[in-house]
Ligand binder design. Structure first.
Ligand SMILES: Nc1ncnc2c1ncn2[C@@H]1O[C@H](COP(=O)(O)OP(=O)(O)O)[C@@H](O)[C@H]1O
Ligand SMILES: [Mg+2]
Length: 253
């Protein structure tokens, strides 16, 4: 972990009409770490990461990537800056192959008799390479519809699509294990660790404190739109974090 945060969010406030979803939130994320964001329903977790990924614009506050101010009008701006997200509701086209999904909207082409045609062979080999080299995943066949894969493999395809961009630096995952069984969850946590080893900043939203304590280096706790604290996983317990989520310490104070 380097000393300067790769991502800095400062004083982020977001209002939807009369609803204040976020109030003056600061967040730091470092290259080579997994930062978890936890909090009850409605605490502002998804809104916070939608701001980081350009989906929403903050009402107030500023963001920096590697010290440079981030200005994003849309999610494609965040992808251009090396910030992408994988959502629980995976936007995969079920009937297409893993390679077709990975390159959807970004197809590789080759020239044939002077005309640009899809380079299916190269998309397939590139997809297999990224799955293997970056995520340690080898599919039995690349020539199958994506809906024939397991939940964990589908997750890997969605992650591969994001990490294929060589300049990806920050990957946000919103509840990546929510729909998965225990074995698939373990595999997904392994993928997350592999991405951390590759130097990405991984930001993980999860309801599962088991997953969070297994994989995160630090935990940012949101409560009712506010950031109420950040702890190092190594120095804290599930009980400590639960207390912060529900505000037990406020009552005691
Ligand atoms: N598009 C929206 N319009 C109005 N209110 C919203 C919108 N998105 C989120 N909110 C409100 O903002 C608050 C935070 O929501 P959200 O970020 O989804 O929380 P979490 O992901 O922690 O469950 C909630 O009160 C929610 O109802
Ligand atoms: Mg949410």
């Amino acid at each position: 972990m380097s000393n300067e945060p790769l991502v800095k969010m400062r004083g982020i406030t977001k209002r939807f009409g009369g609803v204040t979803a976020l109030q003056d939130v600061d967040l730091d994320a470092y290259a080579g770490e997994v930062l978890a964001i936890v909090g009850d329903n409605g605490a502002g977790k998804s809104t916070l990461i939608k701001i980081l990924t350009g989906v929403y614009q903050p009402s107030e506050g500023e963001m920096f990537l590697d010290g440079e101010k981030l200005e994003m009008a849309s999610h494609s701006d965040s992808i251009d800056q090396g910030i992408d997200a994988v959502y629980q509701t995976l936007a995969l086209a079920d009937h297409l192959t893993p390679a077709a999904n990975m390159f959807l909207g970004n197809e590789l082409t080759k020239r044939f008799l002077g005309i640009a045609v899809l380079d299916n062979k190269r998309m397939k080999s590139e997809a297999a390479r990224v799955l293997d080299e970056r995520l340690g995943v080898r599919l039995r066949s690349m020539d199958v519809p994506t809906d024939s894969l397991s939940g964990g493999q589908r997750q890997a395809v969605a992650i591969a699509r994001a990490v294929y961009h060589d300049d990806l630096r920050v990957l946000v995952m919103d509840e990546p294990t929510a729909a998965l069984g225990p074995q698939e969850t373990a595999r997904t946590l392994k993928l997350i660790k592999a991405l951390r080893e590759q130097g990405l900043a991984v930001i993980l939203i999860s309801h599962s404190l088991d997953d969070v304590f297994e994989v995160a280096d630090r935990i940012h706790v949101q409560r009712r739109g506010r950031g109420v604290g950040v702890v190092h996983t190594a120095d804290s317990t599930v009980q400590d974090v639960l207390g912060m989520i529900v505000g037990a310490h406020d009552v005691a104070a």
